[in-house]
Each structure stands twice: as structure tokens, then as C-alpha cells.
Design a protein around this ligand. Structure first.
Ligand code: SF4
Ligand code: MG
Length: 317
């Protein structure tokens, strides 16, 4: 036709997803909120991994960051305060084929949801868990959270928070069957993206603590870390993502780290100055509870009925 050779065809995948395919409602976070950077990173990961939107689920609890599922054009579940992890585990146990991203905050995960946090880490089901840590309850307008630093003035502690904060990464590294823990910051887009993508590729429960700026209530908390890049310690080596030279230049302080070494990971996680960023720990050999919950998912309805009757017959007298 038109003198063009016709014995060729473009190698185009049947479906190609662009960023727009993952963009949900207009984000209603405050201007400058770090949540926006995380949303962008996750949308880019979905695009780069070509995750079908109908095979992707974002789950959240309650809090500013928990509005996340509304802003993704995927399936979503905006749950109850502190409960995103049991919901996400339930989804994975019945639909292991879905890609699950969990958005939870420091209040949501480390306070009311703390019990679920312990057990979800132990279940080690395959999902990416993003802890948006802004060191405050933002949605309910400025109350001390479990990660508020000592001295932070909030509505509940106007004279300053006085209990030592929980360290989410160090705490997670203390739970049984932990398999992936990383730490990053919202203001380093390339690092944030690379760490979250590494978390996505890990088979198991990938816990990523993200230091997230809240210009409305905790404007000064991460100021010094942001202004002085030498206060961050970039972890390299092991299962840390390879970064481009121009990204590396943004981290004057670097340290090689064996991501299989749990003791070294715990020591690093306890360190505030400089604050380690990157993958702290990864053990892909840890058992995943899906291996157990997946059993029987492929049974036909008739087989399931037979199995149920067999079980009920055990109670016959
Ligand atoms: Fe973001 Fe803070 Fe505003 Fe919440 S209150 S949307 S965390 S800046
Ligand atoms: Mg918070």
C-alpha cells in the first residue's frame, strides 16, 4: 500500500500503560507535602513494571497518606485506622496474583496498628508497605505520634513531646521472620523510586520507612537532613539498588553494607547521625505465609464442596 513494504510489523505490546493509566483523583494534600513525591514514585514504578491497573491494589488505613488509594487509578481499599495490613494480607491470601501496595502513616502503623504490624511482618506476605513517617498525626491536625521527636510541640504536648520516639526501621528489624527493611526520604526522588522499586521486586513483606515532610505541622523536623546532604548516609552494595552517578553525587556520605547481615542492619537502623538510607536488610529465603494460604485456591467449586463435607463429617457422632 502506498508503495510501502508491508512485510513488517511494529513490535508493540498488546497493552502499554502510561502514567495516566495510574492517575486517579486530584491529590488533596497540602502544597509541599511529601506524600506527592511518593505517589509519583509509585505511579512511575507501576508504569515501568507495566503492572495492569486491574491487577494492582492500593490499601491504606486512616491518615493523610491513607488517601493514597484515591489518587491511584487501580483497585483500592481505604480501610479503618490501623488496619491496612490485615486487609492487605487478606487480599494476598485469596488473590496472590495481585500487586499490593500499602500506604500507612506513623500513627496508623506504629500506634493503633502496631499489633498488626508485628504479625504482618511475621506472615511475610508479598507486598510493598510504605510507612509515611511525618512524625505527627496530620489528618487530625497536629497531635504527638509514636515517632514524634522529643521536644516537638504539638496540640497534645504544647510544651514538647517527652517520650522517646519509636524507630520504625529498627523496630521492624526486631520482629520474627523480617525479610526486607529499607529507609528513604521523600525529597530524593531518584533514591525514593529506586528503593521502592527494589521493595517491589522483593518476594515477601517489604517494609519501607519514608521520612515524609509535613510542611503544615512538622515543617522543621527534617529541615537539617534536607539542607545538609552529609547528614544522610547512603548504603551501597548488597541488595541496594545501583544508582546513577549524578544521583550518587547527592550523597557525599556512603557506606558499603551487607544487606544479609541482620546485626549490622540493626546497628545501622539505630543510628540517627548520619541517617542511613537504602536497603538495610533483605533475606529472600524467609518463608511467606502465602505458600500456606495459596493451598487449594485452584480447586473447583465441586472439589471445595467435597473437601468441606469431608471436614464436617469429622464432627458426625
Ligand atoms: Fe501532608 Fe501534613 Fe498536609 Fe497532611 S497535614 S497533607 S501530611 S502537609
Ligand atoms: Mg503521621
Amino acid at each position: 500500500m502506498f508503495g510501502l513494504p508491508t512485510d513488517w510489523e511494529l513490535d508493540v505490546p498488546e497493552r502499554y500503560f502510561t502514567l495516566e493509566d495510574y492517575e486517579g483523583g486530584t491529590a488533596r494534600w497540602c502544597p509541599g507535602c511529601g506524600d506527592l513525591a511518593v505517589l509519583t514514585a509509585v505511579q512511575r514504578i507501576c508504569r515501568d513494571e507495566q503492572l495492569p491497573p486491574e491487577k494492582t491494589v492500593c490499601v491504606s488505613g486512616i491518615g493523610c497518606s491513607s488517601r493514597f488509594p484515591h489518587y491511584m487509578k487501580t483497585y483500592g481499599f481505604h480501610g479503618l485506622h490501623g488496619r491496612p495490613l490485615p486487609v492487605a494480607c487478606g487480599i494476598k491470601s485469596r488473590r496472590p496474583d495481585l500487586h499490593v501496595f500499602v500506604a500507612t502513616g506513623d500513627g496508623d502503623c506504629c500506634s493503633i496498628g502496631a499489633g498488626h504490624w508485628v504479625h504482618a511482618v511475621r506472615y511475610n506476605m508479598n507486598m510493598v508497605v510504605m510507612l509515611f513517617d511525618n512524625a505527627v498525626y496530620g489528618l487530625t491536625k497536629n497531635q504527638t505520634s509514636p515517632t514524634s521527636p522529643i521536644g516537638l510541640s504539638t496540640n497534645t504536648h504544647p510544651k514538647g513531646a517527652w517520650l522517646p520516639p519509636i524507630n520504625p526501621a529498627a523496630t521492624t528489624l526486631g520482629f520474627a521472620n523480617v525479610s526486607f527493611v529499607a529507609q528513604t526520604v521523600d525529597w530524593h526522588a531518584a533514591h525514593l523510586y529506586s528503593v521502592l522499586r527494589a521493595a517491589y521486586h522483593h518476594r515477601g513483606f517489604s517494609f519501607v520507612r519514608i521520612l515524609q515532610r509535613c510542611p503544615t505541622y512538622t515543617a522543621g523536623v527534617f529541615d537539617e537532613l534536607q539542607k545538609d546532604p552529609s547528614r544522610l548516609l547512603l548504603l551501597t552494595g548488597g541488595d541496594n539498588p545501583e544508582l546513577e552517578p549524578d544521583v550518587l553525587r547527592g550523597f557525599p556520605q556512603r557506606q558499603a553494607h551487607d544487606t544479609r547481615d541482620l546485626v549490622a542492619a540493626r546497628n545501622l537502623a539505630d543510628q540517627d547521625e548520619p541517617l542511613p538510607v537504602g536497603v538495610l536488610f533483605r533475606d529472600p529465603s524467609r518463608p511467606c505465609y502465602e505458600e500456606f494460604t495459596n493451598a487449594g485456591l485452584d480447586l473447583t467449586a465441586a472439589d471445595r464442596l467435597k473437601a468441606l463435607e469431608r471436614e464436617l463429617d469429622k464432627f458426625a457422632v
